[in-house]
Design a protein. Structure first.
Length: 94
């Protein structure tokens, strides 16, 4: 019998979930109203956390945007590393 993979402690899982939620809400708000029109307070409210909690994860709005840009870059790089897969998928849709 194989040992079960060990899960992260509850506290760590909650931190990861909060961070994921802050990033998701920032992405949504930046896309819908723009970076400069979006405040940390709006991101916090949408994420259901306090503004101080957002700052616990990201020291500034710029740092939050940089994290999102890094995710976008990694997604693009993954597609560039497999260019024919994307082309084949796209060509099937037409």
């Amino acid at each position: 019998m194989q040992p079960r993979p060990q899960r992260a402690p509850v506290r760590e899982r909650k931190k990861l979930e909060t961070r994921r939620r802050v990033l998701a809400e920032a992405r949504r708000l930046f896309a819908s109203q723009g970076f400069f029109a979006t405040s940390i307070e709006q991101i916090a409210a949408a994420s259901e956390v306090a503004p101080a909690t957002v700052f616990n994860y990201f020291p500034s709005k710029d740092a939050l945007a940089a994290e999102l840009a890094g995710e976008l870059f990694e997604t693009l790089r993954a597609h560039v590393d497999r260019p024919t897969e994307g082309l084949l998928d796209w060509s099937k849709q037409r």
